[in-house]
Write a protein that binds this ligand. Sequence first.
Ligand SMILES: Nc1ncnc2c1ncn2[C@@H]1O[C@H](COP(=O)(O)OP(=O)(O)OP(=O)(O)O)[C@@H](O)[C@H]1O
Length: 221
Amino acid sequence: MIIEARQVGMEIDGQSIVADESVVCRPGEMTALVGPSGSGKTTLLHCLGLLQAPTTGDVLVDGTPTRHWKGGRRRRLWRDHVAFVLQDYGIMLEESVEANVTMSTRIWGRGAAGDAARTREALEATGLAGRGEEQAAHLSGGERQRLAVARAIYKDARVLLVDEPTASLDEDNRDRVIGLFRERARRGCTVVVATHDAAFVDACDAVHRVGAPAPALATRA
Ligand SMILES: Nc1ncnc2c1ncn2[C@@H]1O[C@H](COP(=O)(O)OP(=O)(O)OP(=O)(O)O)[C@@H](O)[C@H]1O
């Protein structure tokens, strides 16, 4: 699934947050959104995921402009094709680790329980094996971050939009998480990551500098 920002701008309270951002995020590639703190990486990522509507420009999904999409169409895209790892992780603290991992299945009403084998794989892949029954509130910051990654991996979506997914992780877990997203891209997912992490940027196929004058996309050989 190709996700494209075309001359996206965002103004809030008369202030320009992002201006004229154009980037094409392709299946099979991991695209990094980079730039200093406050440059608009999160805002652009939210626009790419249709979580925020840009004030100017548009986001195209497989070439289709989304500016006039109604809520139902956006929700179908999220339900069927997109997994997010956002900065606040979106963890349901009162629920178990496993319930958080399988949230997409539960929320969208596709069975009361998740797929056990996929749940186990997602927990193992993120170093949370054997922790499924624990209440999410008991997890540390880094563990919550990995739980958010486990949930995205579990969903097996075509598009992964992730915001600073390694910010709270030690080196081993960071490498593990980078490897997981790399593997998703290898399998054909469109992976977009807003990050300050140089190791993550190095692992990406394309780097888009937010706030830089166009052309801003550099595809690696
Ligand atoms: N809802 C909002 N209302 C007002 N200002 C906002 C809002 N959302 C973002 N901003 C401002 O827009 C700018 C860009 O924010 P954004 O979070 O997109 O940057 P970022 O590059 O992701 O930053 P960081 O690397 O620190 O996470 C910041 O100056 C922020 O304060």
